[in-house]
Design a binder for this molecule. Structure first.
Ligand SMILES: [Zn+2]
Length: 366
């Protein structure tokens, strides 16, 4: 049997799971856990070489998010409330301190991915590659003042908006059957954030953007477009999924979409239960390959941030997914592109700073 290629993955919420604000039962990334989907021992078992590790800021404990709205046909929508900048910044700094301590304790098993060489090395050695990502940029003010500090602290990818409004863009509310064609596009600050990230060498993630923000970002961006964790709207009418037209726009830019493993974005029946065949995930991979070509498709699991199907379980199920793709007729070359090569190609472009950066966004030097 041919050996399966290592996987670089577009999205997980493992750091958010490991470092909750109320750490009553702290968990370690170095120990084989029984909760969640991902830690170092389980990543090794599943052939996960590295990925985008998100910092996600939850609502304040006293914010009481509203319940989803449902109609009698089974359709539902849910809009999480906005969060404020000071809260988001304090939480981000707390998470970054925890992440620094984690790296200090795990130099032999973790690799901080700051450059494309770090990403490449994470594929070829046994250390788990961690590329720090921000999901929802509420900790950044409209003039992007905090961006150089976040770069210095190791952030190399930013999704300007999660599924709630902020000063940069309109996030897609969750919903099924639903559309992402709601609300206005990027604000001026959102356009500036994209330009400043491109200049510094921080990847921009279009996941969770509504349609108009996505289109505005596609117009402004000069680097290949990235959507780290999305499914196909043609197969499942979740508002979070990308239409075929959006997939073609990403492909035309030379970009990549990571297929999200969340059952609710894959099943297509408005449910999110785990009784979904793993082959349904391969359906979404196949559809993206048909629409975009296999140079533009990757994986974006959402481990530790979403429900997985029972057949996959956790990160240890990744070999089953690749074996299933092989059974569906994917060639070895295509599987290697989807497993990690496509992420390396687009990250090569995104992690390279643009020369002659305007001085207002250059990181401070001691
Ligand atoms: Zn997400």
């Amino acid at each position: 049997m041919t050996c399966l290629p290592a996987i670089f993955d577009g999205h997980n919420d493992t750091l958010t799971r490991l470092f909750p604000r109320e750490a009553n039962s702290p968990q370690s990334i170095f120990e084989h856990g029984t909760e969640g989907h991902l830690d170092v021992p389980r990543a090794i078992e599943g052939g996960l070489a590295g990925g985008f590790f998100a910092l996600f800021i939850r609502s304040k404990p006293d914010q009481n998010p509203p319940e989803p709205e449902r109609d009698d046909q089974g359709a539902w929508t849910w809009t999480p409330p906005a969060i404020d900048h000071d809260w988001a910044l304090a939480e981000t700094l707390r998470l970054l301190d925890s992440v620094d301590a984690m790296f200090a304790a795990g130099t032999s098993s973790l690799r901080r991915c700051l450059t494309i060489e770090d990403v490449r090395n994470s594929i070829s050695d046994a250390r788990l590659g961690i590329l720090l990502h921000i999901e929802g940029a509420e900790m950044i003010s409209p003039h992007c003042t905090e961006l150089p500090m976040l770069y210095e602290r190791g952030i190399r990818s930013i999704g300007p908006v999660w599924s709630r409004p902020n000063c940069f863009a309109t996030g897609i509310r969750f919903g099924w059957p639903s559309t992402n064609d709601i609300g206005p596009g990027l604000t001026d600050a959102g356009g500036q954030l994209i330009r400043d990230c491109e200049t510094l060498g921080i990847a921009i993630d279009l996941s969770h953007m509504n349609l108009r923000s996505f289109m505005d970002a596609a117009d402004i961006a000069t680097k290949p477009l990235i959507a780290t964790h999305c499914g196909c709207h043609a197969l499942c009418k979740s508002a979070r999924n990308l239409t075929d037209e959006q997939l073609r726009i990403v492909a035309d830019s030379g970009g990549v979409v990571g297929v999200n493993f969340y059952t609710g974005d894959l099943r297509g029946d408005g449910q999110s239960g785990p009784d979904m065949p793993l082959d349904r995930l391969a359906d979404h991979v196949l559809h993206m390959c048909e629409v975009m070509g296999d140079d533009h498709v990757a994986l974006g699991s959402d481990f530790d941030g979403a429900k997985m199907c029972d057949e996959l379980g956790d990160v240890r199920g990744l070999p089953k997914l690749l074996a299933g793709m092989r059974r569906r007729g994917f060639a070895e070359l295509a599987i290697a592109k989807i497993a990690h090569e496509n992420w390396i190609r687009v990250l090569h472009a995104h992690l390279s700073p643009i020369a002659n950066a305007p001085t207002h966004i250059l990181p401070a030097r001691p």
